[in-house]
Design a protein around this ligand. Structure first.
Ligand code: FA5
Length: 386
């Protein structure tokens, strides 16, 4: 709390009001007080009052305070007048000095408050856009391949499948040998791939490849789980491919189901349920005989083109008029693969499939060129808001 100037005798005398004359001073400070000495004090107070406006910031106010009230300040210096006074006048002078000093301190404190209030106002008015709507940061979206993968996972999870992951750098044995693709088998040419160079001076890595498909996860699942096995394994794969519908890096989803008495009919029924859940319609499916060394019998899995209806009378740009869209390969797991996975083919059978996720994403979103999916062009990606 600071002292109010009005609390002290003489405190109001400097606001342009005439200073009290000697008789009034004597009445106020008592007999024996020196009129001249007190008038000097009042003069200093009046000067401070007149100069307070100079103190436009806390530093200038402090300088003013030091100039008047500091150890060597103008008012403090007047304390020496005490020595020249009669004993009777000393007490009255001391009271007057203290009262005027308190009044001056009150002026400084008052000015300080004014400055602080002004500073607060200035600070508040500086923030001019309190009501401005905040600018939203740029929000990205989920990549269409990721959203397609997640949708696939949701569907298969709901059908009782576990989701497994496998390494991108894979042992040649799991990628080819254990999948019944011998080293001299021409099927390896179909998946001509990226081999990992041996570490110089370190462990030879000649038998490591960037996996060409998600099928090696079949072997890994068999080696780590016991039937009944129901898994899917979505992930990135790599091949030496590059055209409008083939990319060197792409994504597949593997499906594997192994149990006693599993047949091709189970594969077809599961695929029908998957298609209904994933595409949201009872689209017809077909299994077209095909060859994959790791299944027997093997089949390409096609789904009827859901886009033909959009352009009746015209050749559909998605299926190019064939009315069918190939999702990938499928079939009954070859006994050699079951054996490689430590599973008795006399007791257990299983089916498997491997679909391209990117192609499904292209179908779902009507994307014409696969490369668009991998270029990271924001103008393309912005078209798929979450
Ligand atoms: C395979 O990769 C088998 N592993 C699939 C399989 C699994 C068959 C289990 C039987 C049992 P394929 O090479 O046909 O099969 O590839 C499967 C799908 O991956 C293709 O139908 C296609 O949708 C997609 N695909 C293949 N190569 C590319 C590529 N370079 N770019 C984008 N998608 C591709």
């Amino acid at each position: 709390m600071h002292t109010s100037v009005g609390d002290f005798p003489g405190a109001r005398c400097n606001f342009g009001v005439r200073r009290p004359r000697a008789p009034a001073l004597r009445r106020r400070y008592g007999a024996g007080v020196s009129d001249d000495a007190i008038q000097q004090l009042q003069g200093i107070d009046a000067e401070l009052a007149a100069r307070l406006d100079e103190a436009v910031d806390p530093e200038k106010l402090y300088a003013l305070q030091v100039e008047f009230l500091g150890k060597k300040g103008k008012l403090t210096a007047k304390r020496a007048l005490m020595g020249s006074l009669e004993p009777a006048g000393k007490k009255a002078f001391g009271q007057a000095f203290n009262a005027i000093k308190a009044a001056m301190e009150g002026r400084v404190a008052g000015r300080k408050e004014t400055l602080e209030a002004q500073a607060r106002l200035a600070e508040l008015s500086r923030i001019q856009d309190l009501t401005m709507l905040p600018q939203r940061g740029h929000v990205g979206s989920v990549h269409p391949i990721t959203s397609t993968r997640r949708a696939l996972e949701t569907v298969f999870r709901s059908m009782g499948f576990d989701v497994l992951d496998g390494p991108h750098v894979e042992a040649e044995q799991y990628n080819f040998d254990d999948l019944n693709i011998a080293s001299d088998h021409p099927a390896r040419d179909m998946q001509d791939t990226f081999f990992v160079a041996p570490l110089s001076g370190g462990q030879a890595a000649a038998d490591l490849v960037l996996r060409t498909h998600t099928s090696p996860v079949q072997v890994r699942a068999m080696l780590t789980r016991k039937p009944p096995i129901r898994i899917i394994a979505p992930g990135t794969v790599f091949r030496r491919d590059d055209d409008a519908t083939h990319s060197p890096t792409f994504h597949q989803i593997e499906g594997l189901c192994i149990d006693e008495g599993v047949s091709m009919a189970d594969l077809k029924a599961t695929m029908e349920r998957f298609v209904r859940a994933f595409f949201g319609a009872d689209l017809a499916i077909r299994l077209r005989p095909s060859y994959f060394p790791f299944v027997e019998p093997g089949a390409e899995f096609d789904v009827v083109c859901p886009f033909c209806e959009r352009t009746p009378g015209e050749t559909c740009s998605v299926c190019r008029g064939s009315h069918w869209i190939e999702l990938g390969g499928s079939g009954m797991v070859h006994p050699n693969v079951l054996r490689a996975g430590g599973i008795d083919p006399e007791r257990y059978t299983g089916w498997a499939f491997g679909f391209g996720i990117d192609r499904m994403a292209m179908l779902l979103h009507g994307v014409s060129h696969l490369r668009l999916m991998f270029e990271g062009d924001v103008r393309f990606l912005e078209q798929f808001p979450c």
